[in-house]
Design a protein. Sequence first.
Length: 132
Amino acid sequence: MPEFFIVLHRKVPGVPEEVPGKEIAKAEIFLARLTRKLGVVSLTDFKSQSPAVTDALAGINGIDLSDVKLAKETWFAPLQGLQTVTALREHLRSHPATLSNTREVLKELDQWNEVLSLAAKEGVPWHLLVAI
């Protein structure tokens, strides 16, 4: 089961090394549909990773990428992510029966909101890492 992690371009005081997103990842298909309905960017549109991470993951799976030009890591403004997180939080709070794990998803979205708010104050870009 994949898990989502927020990756900041640099360390921000008060932000833990890993910000969980296991429950968000479980609900991502529904959340992606919901973001379209709400008119905000889907969380997976913020997905990126460094070529080194891509190469390492490929190596773990026995895939040689030495002849492949890997995409550069993309960074996003934290306010973009905050817009999506805020819209999802508001909808799930007003419609708690939407998901079987709404409470857990909201708990993670609350953490993401805090992290992206701190990143925005510090002007630190971010992206989503999908770990399998």
